[in-house]
Design a binder for this molecule. Structure first.
Ligand SMILES: [Zn+2]
Length: 228
């Protein structure tokens, strides 16, 4: 190696931290392409894998964090379920977004031990089904100082709300709203002892996707969840 080349190498700035490797799962629910603007973030290297390809193989070597923007009530396949479970149990990151709270609603390990929440698609005894409301003005309050809420102040966003969901009493709320069409908590930390899990309910359409606070929140969630 020549002396000139060595000097050139040492003159380079220190490399930035490696981006977290995110696998983004879609399918089972339509969405606007503005969603993908969230991944225009140098901290994240993302790859989109829609169903039915999602979870076809073991993801633990290739990715640090799973970002779910799909809605599959049932993966319907033991192998896919095993691959998802292996990813979680390897202590990776899981970021569940918006309608993905409808995923795996009959798989109690997923709803009660990983995500800590579930959309009720039908009434359960005396408890009515969950409901949603579009085009709400949502005043968002930061409840907890955390890497996921870093750099955020309370904000107002035009988005969809859900109400009547099952939310685990053990889930730690990060964000809430007093909008009457919402249950209140709209972002929380999941429950798995090894994996870093975050649920964010915001994110229906371009009004949310292009909101600077939404972008910051989702970027933070992906980086935090994918960095252990
Ligand atoms: Zn929606």
């Amino acid at each position: 190696m020549s002396r000139i080349f060595l000097l050139a190498v040492f003159a380079l700035p220190l490399p930035a931290a490696e981006p977290v490797r995110a696998v983004v799962v879609t399918g089972g629910h339509d969405h606007e392409p503005s969603f993908y603007s969230v991944f225009d973030d140098p901290r994240i290297a993302a790859n989109v894998v829609p169903h039915p390809n999602a979870f076809r193989s073991d993801l633990t070597k290739q990715y640090d964090v799973l970002v779910l923007y799909d809605m599959m009530l049932d993966l319907g396949d033991d192998k896919r379920r095993a691959n998802l479970r292996a990813f979680v149990e390897a202590g990776k990151g899981v970021v569940v977004l918006h309608h993905a709270i409808g995923n795996n609603t009959n798989w109690t390990w997923w709803t009660d031990e990983v995500v800590g929440g579930r959309y009720r698609f039908k009434p359960e005894g005396d408890i009515p089904a969950s409901s949603f409301k579009h085009d709400e003005t949502v005043k968002v309050s930061i409840v907890k100082k955390h890497p996921v809420t870093a750099g955020l102040d309370d904000f107002i966003i035009h988005d969809e709300t859900y109400r009547g969901m099952w939310i685990s009493p053990r889930a730690e709320t990060l964000l809430r709203t007093d909008n009457p069409s919402s249950d209140g908590p709209i972002a929380w930390l999941g429950l798995h002892p090894k994996a870093r899990v975050v649920y964010v309910q915001l994110g229906h359409d371009h009004h949310a996707h292009r909101h600077p606070s939404f972008k910051r929140l989702i970027g933070n969630a992906i980086v935090w969840a994918g960095s252990q």
